[in-house]
Design a protein around this ligand. Structure first.
Ligand code: ADP
Ligand code: MG
Length: 573
């Protein structure tokens, strides 16, 4: 863990080294003050050496001026270094997220992920900057003061230092407890973020259902959990602070008592005694700093731990023998493919079929039968459990993921549009496309004319996830994306299911246009749209139940015939 953390110092090495040098310089400046005090009380004042007194005061003044510079560097560039490390980590984790498989996103909530990437890394940055600096200053000050105290009066110094093991023991004891509570705080604030995110994105649904109370209740529950976790953390923190504070205060009594007796017995002179008291202050400050460091370390490292948990998630990777295949013809082969999301339930069982280049195959079956799942296996959103899928006779595992996905276009029921302009949302179909190509794609998707009537045209801002557009308009934008991408393989997964009848018909025409010359897999609830498919495959959790064209399947009087008849009757009743 620490090793991984230290790696992030590499790009900021220079600032870090200067920062440490400044920290060292500040500590040295602070170590000088008691020494000069001692000299003044013991030597210059009794001997009336005012010249020397003034000289040393000037030296001290210069030291303090220099200290201003060092402190400025530490606070300003030190923090900048922390922020830079934070940004680097955030960039890394963002890159990593882009290449994580669907399974990861199925299992993780958006809110907790953002919490990890935003809040946790903020704490990490604090540790990155203050951690080594506090640790270093503390060590220099403690070792420095100890050496000086020991040279002034060894027995008294030993008495003072006898208390250190207690502090260390105490700190160690609370360390584990503190780390647990900090971790819990992180997890619960992540949950708060998750409910918040869920609630805001779902605000239209909960308003429509008048679900305010239950939403508030859900939020309250998580918010309270956070409060409880935080309270626990504060309790341990309070124990740590008050306990260590007591030990430190006790040290004062010890020094005053023992020092007083030493002075009374003549083992120490007044200047040494004064220097001692000042050095004790010098010694106590770093202890306080160390205590802060322990706390900051626990907090930062538990944030870093959550960061590394994401970074350690295995990425989708190309097989070693994978090749970039720029344009395939589009023949698809399923060979005994089985798949399940978990071992309890088989979703696809021994599926085999072939789609010739440019042909259309319709998948029909009960909801939950595995149609969407099957579609997701082709671009390798999920990996088959057994069996293989081939495109143009080449196993899809032999494609690089990027080139495989470049050959496939998917239109789904719920269109996802990014926050941004219409142009951006079409352009993301192919990033090297020109403006003309984007417009051409929009024309093919029958949305160009509508876009031109908008005051900002292609630069119209569509609101978060396209809330400012109708369902049909959104779907047209997603179709324009695919026209732009121009893939040889097309998957239409209930692309028109969410639309009203009239819009559905219009979109249907665009989709037919889109599927021309492409190998197409179509999943649709309306049997009239699948009637014309070259082949219809009836799929349930048991596997492929029927296969054939419309006429053949109706004649068979099986599941398909039943579905067809029931819908046919519904339309006419
Ligand atoms: P269809 O598209 O035919 O309606 P799906 O392929 O969406 O069916 O779902 C098939 C089954 O797999 C369902 O029982 C569903 O609950 C389950 N399922 C779908 N997606 C996931 C997922 N990401 N994780 C776990 N189970 C899933
Ligand atoms: Mg589905």
């Amino acid at each position: 863990m620490i090793k991984k953390f230290i790696q992030y110092y590499k790009p900021v090495k220079k600032v870090f080294i200067i920062d440490m040098i400044c920290a060292f310089a500040v500590s040295v400046c602070d170590l000088f003050y008691p020494m000069i005090t001692r000299k003044i009380i013991n030597v210059y004042v009794p001997n009336q050496q005012f010249q020397l007194l003034i000289t040393w005061l000037i030296v001290l003044a210069f030291l303090y001026i220099a200290k201003v510079g060092f402190n400025y560097y530490i606070t300003y560039y030190g923090h900048i270094m922390g922020v830079q490390m934070q940004s680097n980590m955030r960039r890394n984790v963002f890159d990593h997220l882009q290449d994580l498989p669907f399974v990861f996103f199925d299992d993780n909530k958006t809110g907790t992920l953002t919490s990890r990437i935003v809040n946790d890394l903020m704490e990490v940055s604090e540790l990155a900057h203050h951690g080594p600096e506090d640790l270093f200053i503390s060590l220099v000050m403690m070792i420095g003061s100890f050496i000086i105290l020991a040279t002034i009066n060894l027995p008294l110094a030993l008495i003072v230092f006898s208390i250190v093991p207690f502090l260390v023991f105490f700190a160690m004891k609370l360390r584990v407890k503190m780390s647990d509570t900090f971790m819990e705080t992180r997890v619960t604030i992540g949950e708060v973020n998750a409910t918040l995110e869920n609630s805001i994105t779902g605000i239209r649904v909960s308003k429509a259902f008048g679900n305010k109370e239950s939403e508030i209740k859900k939020f309250e529950k998580n918010n309270n959990m956070f409060q409880v976790a935080r309270a626990k953390a504060y309790k341990v923190m309070a124990q740590f602070h008050t306990g260590s504070s007591f030990i430190i205060d006790f040290l004062n009594i010890l020094v005053l008592g023992a020092g007083g007796i030493f002075f009374y017995k003549g083992y120490i002179n007044i200047g040494d005694f004064a220097a001692f008291i000042l050095y004790i202050g010098n010694f106590l400050n770093p202890i306080r700093k160390l205590i802060n460091f322990v706390e900051q370390y626990q907090s930062g490292i538990s944030g870093f731990k959550r960061f590394t948990e994401i970074m350690d998630q295995p990425l989708e990777v190309d097989e070693p023998n994978a090749v970039t295949v720029n344009s395939v013809k589009g023949e698809i082969d399923f060979d005994d493919v089985s798949f399940s999301y978990d071992e309890h339930k088989t979703i696809l069982d021994d599926i085999s079929f072939t789609i010739e280049q440019g042909k259309t195959v319709a998948l029909v079956g009960p909801s939950g039968g595995g149609k969407t799942t099957l579609c997701h296996l082709i671009p390798r959103f999920y990996e088959t459990e057994s069996g293989n899928i081939f495109i143009d006779g080449r196993n899809i595992k032999e494609f690089t993921l990027k080139s495989l996905r470049n050959n496939i276009g998917i239109v789904q029921q719920d269109v996802f549009l990014f926050t941004g302009t219409i142009y951006d949302n079409i352009h993301c179909g192919r990033f090297d496309a020109t403006e003309e190509e984007v417009m051409d794609a929009a024309k093919k998707a029958n949305i160009h004319d509508l876009i031109m009537t908008l005051p900002d045209g292609y630069n119209t801002y569509i609101g978060e996830r396209g809330v400012k557009l109708s369902g049909g308009q959104k779907q047209r934008i997603s179709i324009a994306r695919i026209f732009l991408k121009n893939p040889p393989i097309l998957i239409l997964d209930e692309a028109t299911s969410a639309l009203d009848n009239v819009t559905e018909l219009l979109i249907q025409q665009s989709l037919e246009e889109l599927s021309k010359g492409r190998t197409t897999i179509i999943v649709a609830h309306r049997l009239s749209t699948i009637k014309n498919a070259d082949e219809i495959i009836v799929i349930t959790n048991k596997g492929i139940e029927e296969k054939g064209n419309h006429e053949a399947l109706v004649a068979k009087e099986g599941i398909y015939a039943n579905l067809y008849n029931s819908q046919f009757k519904n339309i006419h009743s």
